[in-house]
Each structure stands twice: as C-alpha cells, then as structure tokens.
Ligand binder design. Structure first.
Ligand code: C2E
Ligand code: MG
Ligand code: MG
Length: 560
C-alpha cells in the first residue's frame, strides 16, 4: 500500500520477498527512490489510480533487481493506492514461446505457400509451353488435336457439326527466303493476331507449325463459315507493316466438316486436301473438302502407280484394227491401239489410261513402247503391199520429247521404211503447237504418213490444214453414225470435198452397219474401219480374221 506521496505504508510478506527486502525496511520509503528504474515504466499508470482515482491493470516487465514479468493492479484507497502484483513471468514466457512458435509457423506457412505458388506458376508456364506455340501464343498442334477430339467426343449423334478451317499462307517461303526469318516470324505473329481477332469467340485458333494455321468452329451454318472465310481472306490480304517492309500476303483455306464420326486427324487431313485444291485453283481462296472428288483422285493415283508398274513390266499390249481401201476392199493398213489388261480390274479403256498417262507424265514412255511394238510388228507385215501401221500420238508427246527423232530412230533400229508407218494426231495438236508442226514436217519429209484423227471434232483452221503435211483425214465416228440424216451427210460430204481439194485421203472410222458402209462408199470416202469390218485384235489373231491378209509372197522383204 502506498500513501499519496508514494511511500510504502504496508508490504506483505510475499511482496517483500519478491522485492528481496524485509517488509519493515520498506515501510516509509518512497517507491520511486526504492525502484528508480521502474518509474518510467509505471508512473503514469500509478498516477491514474492515485490522482484520477481510477483502478488500472497492466502487465509489464520489471528490470533488475526484479527481472520478472508482473501483472499489476493498482486500486485507489482512502490513503492512497493498493497495488497487487502477480508474477506472470512463466506465463509470459510460455505465451512468448507460443507466439514466436506461431510466428515461425506462420512464416513457414507463408514460405510454403509462396513456394507452392511458384510451383503452380511454373506448372502453368510449362503447360502453356507444352500446349501453345511460343512464337504466336496460339494453341499448338497437340493441344488443338486434343480440343478437336473433345469437341468430337462431346457430340451426340453427330450434332453439333464441327468444321476445321485449314489456313496456309500463300508464298510464305518467298518472304522467309528473301527477307529473312525474323521478318517471316513477325509476319506469322501478325497473321496469327489477325486470325484470332477475326475468329473471335466463334472458334479455337491454333498454329500447326510453319505458316499453317487451323481454326475449329462448332455448329456454324455453311453461310456463316463461308463468310468467316471471306473475312479471314480479306484480313490476311491487308498489307502488313513489318519493320521497314510493307508485305502483302494472302492465304488459302481448306474446309472439312464432320459428316460422320471422324477422328480429328481425319478431319485435319481432309481440310488439308481441300487446302491443296484451294492452292491449285489459284490461292487466296477457300475450298471445301469433296469426298467424291477425293475418292476418284485416290483411285487415279493408285491407277497411276499401277500404270507405272505396267510400263516397267512392259505389259502394255497393242491391238491392231484393219483399215480397208473401199475401192477394192483390200487392207491398206492397221491402226495400232494400246491395250492395258489390269491384273485386278480387267481391261482398262485407253480413254482412261491415256489421259492418266498424260497427267502423270508417262505418255512419252507409253507412246514409245507402243511405237516400238508397232514398228516391230510392221516388220512382220512387209509382204503386204501398200500397207501402213498407224500409231496414235498424243499432243503431250510433242511438247516434251523429240518425237520425230525418236520415231525415225526406232524405224532405223529395225530397218523399217518410214513409208510403212503413219502417225495419227488430233486437230488440237496442230492448232497451237509450232513444235508439233515442225516434228510432223520432219516425219512427213522422211515418208511417214500423217493423219488427222477424229477430224471434225476439233477446231483446226482450214487455212492451216492446207499448209501441213497431212495425207489422211480420219472422219470421226460421230459423223459416220450420223450419215443417215441430211445434216450428217452434208458434213461428211464437206469433209470429203475438203480432203479432195487438199489432195488428202479420207478414212471413215467406226463403221458398224452395212448401211453406213454403203453410204460412205457412195459418198466417196477412200478407206473405212469399224467393228463391222474388223474389230481391233492382237496381231496373231488378224491372220485368221482376215483371209485377205494371207500373203501371197511369204518371204519378208523390205518395204517399198
Ligand atoms: P481413236 O484413235 O479414234 O481410235 C479409235 C477408237 O474407236 C478405238 O477405241 C477403237 O477400238 C474404237 N472403234 C473402232 N471401231 C469402232 C466401231 O465400229 N464402233 C465403236 N464404237 N468404236 C470403234 P479405243 O481402242 O478404246 O481407243 C480410244 C482412243 O484412245 C483412241 O481413239 C486414241 O485416241 C486413244 N489411243 C489408243 N491407243 C493409243 C496410243 O497408243 N497412244 C495414244 N496417244 N492414244 C491412244
Ligand atoms: Mg486413232
Ligand atoms: Mg479416231
């Protein structure tokens, strides 16, 4: 207990032992003098109790000589204040320990949290890297295929439809090669941004690699998809400013849509095929995948391979169709016709495999094989007087090969006179091929016969015809079958007159009926061929079919 002057008026035993003095020695002493070090700590609290008469309670650390935590309560009394102490050092220590423990635990937790966050960030970054294209930031191929697969799997009975737009920049390689990869990359980034911007939320855009982009859209009408394509084409067409360059580019787009339960890979492949078509049709456009067209293309490709094999194996055969001189019904020649007996599909029509060979760049080999077989065969028919073996030459053979030199060489190799050979070309060959005309002139000069095949179906200039070394006009089958009506007859008459004027002979092709034969004879056609007279047949069959071919002079001799 303290009086108003902070002098001890009563100290109990516990307090005295706490202070390390006897109770008696403390009585009458001034608190602040006895414990100068605590004054700054507690004076204001004591004053509150002493002067303001308000009880206070606080906890504080008392330095030496106490060196302990005390909970202090000071209560006003009639003489001054009563102060109660409680040693709380132990409790404080425990609290402090707990607090510091708590603190370090919190720190550890924060640290762990931070570490986790970093791991998560790294994971996301890795995931992004694994699923996105680092250059453009678009989804990459793998992720796109996963997304597409998810879209396809989600559908119930093929609804909704999923469409893939396959974009490939036109002539991107040119930019890359001429302006460098940095410019190329910048252009890709620019195009990616335009694609994303144009597609917006309507679809998922991805970069497959190089200058290939794909967009997946779901359940859009054909019209909307096409207008999206138009906008993409338009956006990509806008010149891009890259560094000091202004680059104009364009893109082609192939489209494939789900018609069945396609795999994403199939859908992509189909869109790629359509893209190829868009490129082929002139770029800067879009094209839909066409399953039928694709199937026939595949068929054509496999047939092409098989034709190549047939040519390698030398399994293209030649049949011969006799041509008759109408004046005396003698055989004046044969037309050599290529035959392909396909091991699986049976005989394939020349109209199919000739055009195939032309497209595949095989026509020169095919033509050469047929010519060599026909020339060798012609050597067997040397005993037939005034007889020619006619071979068909495709227009393509004139553009790429030295056809005249080849043929004359083949003739020389076996020692056959050029007069025993004739070539049939169509009118179109004469129309625009200077090279063809030169080759024909060379052949004609050597003595090879020149015939215009299917005459009347092309567009040859009549003026041109008179200047060419043509010896025979082969009247197309269509005019022969039309001969019974006045217009057909008039056309036939006109062709015959033309031939006479130019000193050419005429051959009526495809004579099938006795009536046709009678009428063409009457019209004045020089020669005829057709199923009625003799169908095309292998060389060895001709002897039996045509008694007239049995030769009086069995000794082979050089032709005249
Ligand atoms: P082409 O040169 O006009 O040959 C006549 C075609 O008419 C042949 O068809 C022949 O079999 C057919 N034919 C003959 N008589 C009749 C008849 O009475 N009625 C009917 N309906 N048809 C008849 P093929 O053998 O199918 O040849 C078709 C075309 O393929 C040929 O027309 C020719 O342009 C081309 N071709 C055939 N072999 C060769 C070849 O070795 N080289 C080249 N470049 N083309 C060839
Ligand atoms: Mg012909
Ligand atoms: Mg013909």
């Amino acid at each position: 207990m303290l009086d108003r002057d902070y002098r001890f008026t009563y100290v109990n035993k516990r307090a005295a032992s706490m202070f390390g003095a006897s109770a008696k020695s403390m009585l009458g002493r001034n608190l602040w003098e006895a414990f100068p070090d605590v004054e700054v700590l507690v004076r204001s609290s004591y004053t509150t109790a002493m002067d303001d008469r308000v009880p206070v309670a606080f906890e504080t650390y008392y330095p030496a000589p106490l060196e302990m935590w005390l909970e202090v309560r000071a209560q006003p009394s009639s003489e001054g204040i009563v102060v109660y102490f409680q040693n709380i050092t132990e409790r404080r220590t425990r609290t402090e320990e707990r607090e510091s423990l708590l603190k370090s635990e919190q720190a550890a937790r924060a640290e762990a949290h931070e570490a986790l966050r970093e791991v998560e960030l790294a994971r996301r970054k890795l995931a992004h890297l694994a699923t996105h294209d680092s250059l453009t930031g678009l989804v990459n191929r793998g992720e796109f295929e996963r997304i597409a697969a998810a879209h396809l799997a989600r559908r119930v009975s093929h609804q909704p439809s999923v469409t893939i737009l396959f974009l490939d920049l036109d002539r991107f390689k040119l930019v890359n090669d001429s302006l460098g990869h940095a410019v190329g990359d910048a252009l890709l980034v620019e195009c990616a941004a335009r694609i994303v911007h144009t597609v917006g939320s309507k679809g998922v855009s991805a970069r497959l690699g190089g200058d290939e982009f794909v967009v997946l859209v779901e359940d859009l009408s054909t019209e909307l998809i096409q207008s999206l394509c138009e906008r993409l084409l338009h956006e990509i067409r806008k010149p891009a400013l890259i560094g000091e360059y202004t680059i104009s580019t364009s893109t082609s787009i192939g489209l494939a849509t789900t018609a069945g339960a396609e795999e994403p890979a199939t859908l992509l492949k189909n869109a790629d095929i359509a893209l190829y078509r868009a490129k082929k049709e002139g770029r800067d456009r879009f094209a839909w995948f066409d399953a039928d067209a694709h199937r026939s293309l595949l068929e054509r490709i496999s047939l092409e391979t098989e034709l190549r094999i047939a040519l390698d194996a030398g399994s293209i055969a030649v049949h011969y169709q006799p041509i008759f001189l109408l004046a005396d019904d003698s055989v004046c020649g044969v037309e050599a016709l290529a035959r392909w007996e396909h091991p699986g599909r049976g005989s394939i029509s020349p109209s199919t495999f000739i055009s195939l060979a032309e497209d595949a760049g095989l026509i020169n080999r095919l033509g050469r094989q047929v010519a060599q077989i026909a020339i060798a065969q012609a050597m067997q028919w040397l005993t037939i007087p005034n007889f020619k073996v006619w071979i068909n030459i495709s227009g393509r053979q004139f553009t790429t090969s030295r056809i005249a030199d080849d043929l004359l060489g083949d003739l020389a190799d076996v020692g056959l006179s050029p007069h025993r050979l004739g070539v049939e070309v169509t009118e179109t060959v004469l129309a625009d091929e200077i090279v063809a005309v030169r080759a024909l002139q060379k052949l004609a000069a050597a003595g090879v016969g020149i015939a215009i095949d299917d005459f009347g179906t092309g567009y040859s200039s009549i003026a041109r015809l008179s200047t060419l070394p043509v010896s025979v006009l082969k009247i197309d089958r269509s005019f022969v079958s039309d001969i019974d009506n006045p217009r057909g007859r008039a056309t036939l008459d006109a062709i015959i007159q033309l031939a006479e004027a130019f000193d050419m002979r005429t051959v009526a092709e495809g004579v099938e009926t006795a009536r046709q034969l009678e009428l063409i004879r009457e019209a004045g056609v020089t020669c005829a061929s057709g199923y009625l007279l003799a169908p095309p047949a292998p060389a060895n069959a001709l002897v039996h079919q045509l008694p007239r071919l049995i030769i009086e002079d069995p000794e082979p001799r050089l032709s005249s």
